[in-house]
Design a protein around this ligand. Sequence first.
Ligand SMILES: [Zn+2]
Length: 117
Amino acid sequence: MTPEELEFYKQKLMKKREEILSRLEKHSSAQNQEKDEGQEDMADRALQTYQKEYIYYLTDSEQFILDLITESLDRIASGSFGFCVACFGAIQKKRLEAVPWARHCIHCQELQDQGLL
Ligand SMILES: [Zn+2]
């Protein structure tokens, strides 16, 4: 993989990470706003808080992707980015363009999805 390609994926990864983190910031600013809203019925308030957290908190898959992005950036730095962690073959470019944080090539991903890896 050329340095230009690595830079391209690095930018993609960082952009995605910012997208996810900006949702986290919305979550914390929503919490700060709540403190200024004055007194409300306790039950209503608990329900509202629950719903807001449900909307603003990172989902499990976002947290998962965030971890994979961090790992991919490490792999770019160490020179192992773009290779499957299972079979060590090169990950298909089309796959990396769609999912730059992919750890597996398409073949190994299919095996993993089937619980065979
Ligand atoms: Zn593989």
